[in-house]
Design a protein around this ligand. Structure first.
Ligand code: F6P
Length: 545
């Protein structure tokens, strides 16, 4: 199965035989207006693709390919709630989560927008209650510490956003500490609990399915910790659950079964993919961090990107162009590694967020019609704060042997106000490094005179395609736009590859096998048939304890 066996696909293969030999430096030499030709903007955000190995013809052919794949219709199906997540027979409606309250969208005969806003109002009441110091723990002390327990999509988005937007706290939200616990092995929670006051701590158990063992194990540890702490106060478990736990899930019954009373439930819907859920009540920690208005501003930014994506022609559509240049790199230039390089410490968790968004969505080897794909799909993604990565893996980007495409993400303005001279200088340093690195990675050492006389170990071959994403400022709105843009990029690539980006069957077998191994780890190997490596490792572990 080759989705590129079309007219535009064939032309792109042909075109790649020429462009594959081109150097980005020579493309700049040939066209002094390259930046003007290949940079694209929406208010607040600019995407510069001029350091990609593309020409106008490349983009024209890629847009033609998107038309051949009926991308416009797919976008409409996404927004209209068609069941495009076919293997799970449901729509993917993250765009509805950030639609304004006056919109209506009927799915299966029922409007989904009004219930979304009802849930947001419910969340607002809860957030305001905590911020006002009115949510009291078992002993009557106000809650001032929140611990979000979740994993994957029920952790990464809120974790990233709370870090990115921590400058946007309000007077009341600043009084609340927020922590994140995700690791199954207990290392996050065990080191955290020692530092917390149980009488003032509220746990948010975030899990779409409410069956994820990682989350339930941490939640159980939290509950037992509270019960132990409360022994002398004779508080009963029901009161602990009522005063110290909130559940956020798409499966209310399981929250009840676990013990969280209905009054402490926040809901979202099956049609919200886990990795697309930070816009739903899963975003509770974000609202607790920056206040409900800040959360709504983030939704508004994402909605602005949704509107741009839905209504803009492909030739100037940011998510479409970002996606199509990725397709060009992956499927026509053979590049299968992608570095995410935020030049902004506030975006330190963006790489791990995008690892899940991109690799869990598009790390697929079968098409929507269950044939094996005959082409590469999602590349390996990884990343780090750019300036730190310069002292770690940039050596490989500059002088290693594999081609890597790179996203540079930064903002023009930071540290406003008269008293920030030193920090403003640090921002200038940061920007100069961001620009220097993308310049060298794309253009190589042609950027300095006489480099051709240097010995090979001092040469920089360049020709690593780079995109630069420039926010005017990092605000809840522009942050929302940035993340929504990546979501849509992932969707566009899935359409071209003819894969379903909204399921994740590849994570299931590991859960089943791990459950099956527990008896052997507990010393009983009856009925467990094991390969010699797994058996040997279990025996070794068991002899050590
Ligand atoms: O196992 C993968 C996964 O299902 C992710 O897709 C999801 O974001 C994560 O686990 C957490 O799932 P839940 O929110 O149901 O606990």
């Amino acid at each position: 199965m080759n989705v590129f066996a079309t007219e535009a696909g064939t032309d792109l293969y042909e075109h790649a035989t020429v462009m594959g030999k081109a150097h980005i430096a020579s493309l700049f030499q040939q066209n002094a207006e390259r930046f003007e030709d290949f940079s694209f903007s929406v208010p607040g955000l600019m995407l510069d693709l001029s350091k990609q190995r593309i020409s106008s013809e490349t983009l024209n052919l890629l847009c033609e390919l998107a038309r051949e794949k009926h991308l416009k219709q797919w976008i409409e199906d996404l927004y209209n709630g068609e069941k495009i997540n076919t293997s799970e027979d449901r729509p993917a409606l993250h765009t509805a989560l950030r639609a304004p309250a006056d919109q209506r969208l009927n799915v299966d005969g029922e409007d989904v927008i009004a219930p979304i806003h009802e849930n947001l109002s419910r969340m607002e009441t809860l957030v305001n209650c905590i911020h006002a110091g009115q949510w009291l723990g078992c002993t009557g002390h106000p809650i001032d510490t929140i611990v979000n327990i979740g994993v994957g999509g029920s952790d990464l988005g809120p974790f990233m956003a709370c870090k990115a937007l921590s400058e946007f706290t309000t007077d009341s939200s600043r009084k609340v500490d927020i922590h994140f616990v995700s690791s199954m092995d207990g290392s996050h929670i065990s080191s955290l609990l020692d530092r917390l006051n149980p009488t003032r701590t509220l746990f948010v158990i975030s899990s779409k399915s409410f069956t994820t063992i990682d989350t339930l194990a941490n939640a159980e540890t939290a509950k037992e910790w509270l019960k132990r702490a409360d022994q002398h106060d004779q508080m009963n478990e029901a009161l602990i659950l009522k005063r110290h736990f909130i559940g956020v899930s798409a499966t209310p019954k399981r929250m009840v079964d676990w013990g969280i009373p209905e009054s402490n439930h926040l809901y979202f819907w099956e049609w919200t993919g886990g990795r697309y859920s930070m816009w739903s009540t899963i975003g509770l920690p974000i609202a607790l961090r920056i206040g409900m208005q800040g959360f709504r501003d983030m939704l508004a930014g994402a909605h602005a990107m949704d509107t741009h994506f839905r209504n803009t022609e492909f030739e100037s559509n940011l998510p479409v162009l970002l996606a199509l240049t990725g397709i060009w790199n992956i499927n026509f230039l053979g590049i299968t590694a992608h570095a995410i390089l935020p030049y902004d410490g506030r975006l330190s968790h963006l790489p791990s967020y995008l690892e899940q968004l991109e690799m869990e969505s598009n790390g697929k080897n079968t098409t929507r019609t269950n044939e094996m794909v005959g082409y590469n799909t999602c590349p390996v993604l990884w990343g780090e704060i750019g300036t730190n990565a310069q002292h770690a893996f940039y050596q490989l980007l500059h002088q290693g042997t594999i081609p890597v495409m790179c996203d540079f993400i930064t903002c023009s303005t930071r540290y406003e106000g008269p008293n920030n001279t030193e920090l403003k200088h640090q921002h200038q340093l940061n920007l100069s490094n961001c620009l220097a690195q993308s310049q060298i990675l794309a253009l190589g050492d042609t950027v300095i005179e006489g480099a051709e006389n240097s010995p090979p170990h001092k040469r920089y071959r360049g020709n690593q395609p780079c995109s630069t994403l420039l926010l005017d400022k990092l605000t809840p709105e522009t942050f929302g736009m940035l993340i929504a843009m990546y979501e849509h990029k992932v969707f566009v690539q899935s359409v071209i590859w003819n894969i379903n980006p909204f399921d994740q069957w590849g994570v299931e077998l590991g859960k089943t096998i791990a459950t099956g191994l527990l008896p052997a780890l507990n010393g009983s190997s009856d009925g467990v048939s094991l390969d010699s490596s797994t058996r040997g490792l279990i025996n070794h572990i068991n002899t050590k304890r």
